[in-house]
Design a protein around this ligand. Structure first.
Ligand code: FES
Ligand code: FE2
Length: 437
């Protein structure tokens, strides 16, 4: 596949279907790592994870191990997690604090900004090309790193467009998450929850705006919640659990009305002002704290934005109304780690965070009542695509019925496959060297 030319890659995609190789072929996966995950802006972490100088967080951009580290001047840098000597990963720990990095193999040490600080028994390098000041002997910074409202992204491509241009209107989702905090900032609440999926990474990202599956794949939990509530004596208040689970049994018409908006670079979101998260009850004290910070009119405007899932193709997805994000970390063609992250709204009552965590526990975690339904479907797709009976995957729902709404954005009814097709279009652009400038 690595030898496949652009035409052969284009042959895997039709306007109404895609070839199964996108999901099952390990060579396609390798090429994706080179051409998509090395070029797009990938979510690294949130700057609140590294509040103090020397705090670091280690993760991957595609297959590339990286470290996000807070500098003494307050900046956040993203460095390759690879010793300049013989290549050992500098830290195997996911996070911590240090004055500098010391390689566990031969003890080369580095400053927080990646510059080489020391080498044991240095005399052995006398009269060799070794030079402490040569960047060749320092930790390499990633090609570009930037943050938006505290969300740190990085790309391995020096020619990638600037982060705000890449984010496009998906940035409004990050703005809304931060604006929902009376202090205008969020902070990470604990480490992410990790859930290993036996499927190709695209199945997860494509599913997020697939509004044709909840009423089928999640029917049992929706029905059970309804039955439980029906059995309660009249006048019983809905528990917050029911409020969260109910919408997953919403009708096709409800999701159609919610609408899907496709953005450049493969990004998309459902909802806007109407989403399955619109009806959450108010948390006591939250409204007042918001009005104190923003005034009533602006508070109403902030709280009226409800995007169900915003996809920042390929790595990051966010729900603004509940401050929960999920991050996709591909491991192999049929293995993907999904991380669920939770954010505390600074200045808001603690109950807001409890709601976010409750949501994750009920919907996203591996012990939840909803996420495992999706997990099962992805696993079945991965297994079903092995069949030689057919090689194509359908993406035709709503084809040709989308409406251009300016600036490269398109809108359609919520159960359309528009978000799928939009992602595949971005996939093709990255994979064929035709990245839109
Ligand atoms: S590999 Fe890091 S010091 Fe040798
Ligand atoms: Fe689902």
């Amino acid at each position: 596949m690595t030898q496949r030319n652009n035409q052969q890659i284009r042959d895997l995609v039709r306007e109404d279907r895609v070839h199964r190789d996108l999901y099952v072929n390990p060579d396609v996966f390798d090429l994706e790592m080179d051409r998509i995950w090395s070029r797009a802006w990938i979510f690294v972490g949130h700057d609140s994870q590294v509040p103090n100088a020397g705090d670091f967080y280690a993760t991957e951009i595609g297959r590339e191990p990286v470290i996000m580290v807070r500098q003494t001047n307050g900046d956040v840098r993203v460095l390759h997690n690879r010793c300049a000597h013989k290549g050992a990963k500098l830290t195997g720990r996911p996070q911590g604090n240090c004055k500098g990095f010391r390689c566990p193999y031969h003890g080369w040490t580095y400053k927080l900004d990646g510059r080489l600080a020391g080498v044991p028994a240095r005399k052995g390098y006398d009269n060799t090309p070794f030079d402490m000041k040569d960047p060749r002997f320092s930790l390499a910074p990633v090609a570009q790193a930037d943050s938006y409202r505290g969300f740190v992204f990085a790309t391995l491509d020096p020619n990638a467009p600037p982060l705000p241009e890449f984010l496009d209107d998906a940035a409004a989702t990050l703005d809304n998450i931060a604006d929902r905090a009376p202090e205008g900032e969020v902070e990470v609440a604990g480490p992410p929850l990790r859930y290993l999926h036996n499927c190709n990474w695209k199945m997860f990202v494509e599913n997020l705006n697939d509004a044709m599956h909840p009423m089928v794949a999640h029917a049992s939990v929706g029905n059970a919640a309804r039955r439980y509530v029906a059995e309660q004596p009249e006048g019983t208040e809905y528990p917050p659990e029911a409020e969260i689970i109910f919408p997953f049994g919403s009708s096709y018409e409800f999701f159609d009305k919610m609408q899907v908006t496709a953005l450049p670079h493969g990004h998309a979101y459902m909802g806007g002002e109407l989403s399955i998260h619109s009806d959450y009850s108010a948390v006591p004290g939250y409204w007042d704290a918001m009005v104190k910070s923003y005034g009533e009119e602006r508070t109403k405007k902030i709280l009226s934005q409800n995007r169900h899932n915003t996809i920042f193709y390929p790595s990051f997805t966010a729900k603004d109304a509940i401050q929960a994000v999920r991050v996709c970390r591909p491991i192999a063609v049929d293995k993907t780690m999904i991380e669920s992250w939770h954010f505390r709204l600074k200045g808001a009552p603690e109950q807001m965070l409890k709601r976010t965590i409750l949501y994750s526990r009920l919907i996203n975690s591996n012990a939840s009542m909803v996420g495992p339904d999706d997990w099962d479907c992805y696993t079945r797709i991965q297994e079903g695509l092995v069949s030689d009976a057919k090689v194509w995957v359908d993406t035709s729902r709503g084809l040709g019925r989308e409406e251009a709404v300016g600036d490269g954005r398109r809108k359609s009814f919520g159960t359309s496959d528009l978000s799928y097709r939009n992602q595949i279009q971005a996939w093709l652009e990255y994979m064929t060297d035709e990245v839109a400038a």
